[in-house]
Design a protein around this ligand. Structure first.
Ligand code: SF4
Length: 221
């Protein structure tokens, strides 16, 4: 009995710690999952430059990356059936943990097949993994939102400072073209304030060539 209580206490302490790390948070009726603070970019407009959280959340800086089980524990504790959508967004780039993200998404789908699952990504998973990552998005993700951010490699680098340098944008565009073969709803996005009207027009051209719609969003302050 004592042993059981101790285990129970330990596991509830652990749960508190995971909660303290803010693995899940709510934005506009969606359940957001924060799996990592790592990212291959340092975007000028990144929300992380201005604070610790997003949309009124607690701090999204993680003291360490949560394990797959810890992520799921946090998801189940939020009663995901209450939410229309689950979004892997991170306070970082979720595709740096694509294996874990996919596995968590699979388990959410198994338990709640009706829940829509989206991943918000910088689109650099081919470069991160070193191979065509698009097939890994099949079956579990209903939507993929890819940050396009700029019309040329040079402008992308000026704004997003990718560790992959000039290779980043081309790879993002290729990924977008490929992933729409596996996921029904794929969109590009960009931040209005980062670009000129002419550059936004060029981004629309890229979106048209790829057959991937473009969403223009406002800078989050
Ligand atoms: S890709 Fe996203 S998380 Fe990474 S620096 Fe840019 S805005 Fe921030």
């Amino acid at each position: 009995m004592t042993e059981y209580s101790e285990i129970s206490e330990k596991s509830s302490e652990k749960r508190e710690k995971v909660r303290a790390m803010t693995v899940t948070y709510v934005v506009d009726g969606g359940l957001y999952i924060n799996v990592t603070n790592r990212c291959t970019n340092r975007c000028d407009f990144c929300i992380r430059n201005n604070g610790d959280g997003a949309y009124g959340s607690e701090s999204l800086w993680l003291e360490r990356e949560p394990t797959e089980e810890e992520i799921l524990e946090s998801v189940w504790s939020m009663n995901p059936e209450k939410f229309g959508e689950v979004v892997f967004c991170g306070y970082g780039e979720p595709s740096v943990r694509l294996g874990v993200v996919r596995s968590v998404a699979e388990r959410i789908k198994e338990r709640y097949p009706e829940i829509k699952i989206r991943i918000n990504t910088n689109g650099q998973s081919d470069l991160i993994l070193g191979y065509d990552s698009a097939p890994l998005f099949k079956d579990v993700f209903d939507s993929v939102s890819i940050s396009l951010n700029a019309p040329t490699a040079e402008r992308y680098q000026e704004i997003c400072h990718s560790i992959y340098g000039d290779k980043a944008l081309e790879s993002i565009i290729n990924f977008a073209k490929n992933v729409k073969n596996y996921v029904q709803n794929v969109k590009f996005s960009l931040v209005r304030e980062s670009l000129t009207a002419e550059e936004i027009k060029e981004c629309y051209n890229i979106s048209e060539e790829c057959g991937v719609p473009l969403r223009i969003r406002d800078l989050i302050t």
